[in-house]
Design a protein around this ligand. Structure first.
Ligand code: CU
Length: 112
């Protein structure tokens, strides 16, 4: 019994078409997720830790409704090391912050 030519042709076409069909189903590479546009907000909090080397301060901050944040203790990167001047653990500060890649950034500190 010899295979029917039409069936053989169909099998060859199916085998050849498989990789192309698979490739067609592969979604295009999604663009890399971008950080959200830096929303800015004002907050008030108490300094709980200072990392001068990395210009990072940890604050227990009050709720920041503009960012949808409840009260929490979290690290912030200082936009400038100058913001460390005169800063002490236990100090209550008001600050301007904005979302950034990695840690949110403190752009200004207002001491009472
Ligand atoms: Cu927070």
């Amino acid at each position: 019994m010899s295979p029917r030519p039409a069936l053989v042709l169909a099998l060859i076409l199916a085998a050849g078409a498989a990789p192309a069909a698979f490739a067609a189903q592969t979604p295009d590479a999604a663009p890399a997720a971008k950080p959200p546009a830096g929303r800015a907000a004002k907050g008030v909090g108490v300094v709980t830790e200072i990392n001068a080397e990395e210009a990072v301060v940890t604050l227990k901050h009050e709720p920041i409704p503009a960012l949808g944040w409840p009260t929490m203790t979290m690290p912030f990167h200082l936009a400038s090391p100058d913001l460390l001047k005169g800063l002490k653990v236990g100090q209550k500060i008001a600050f301007d912050t904005k979302e950034a890649e990695g840690l949110p950034e403190i752009t200004a500190i207002h001491k009472p």
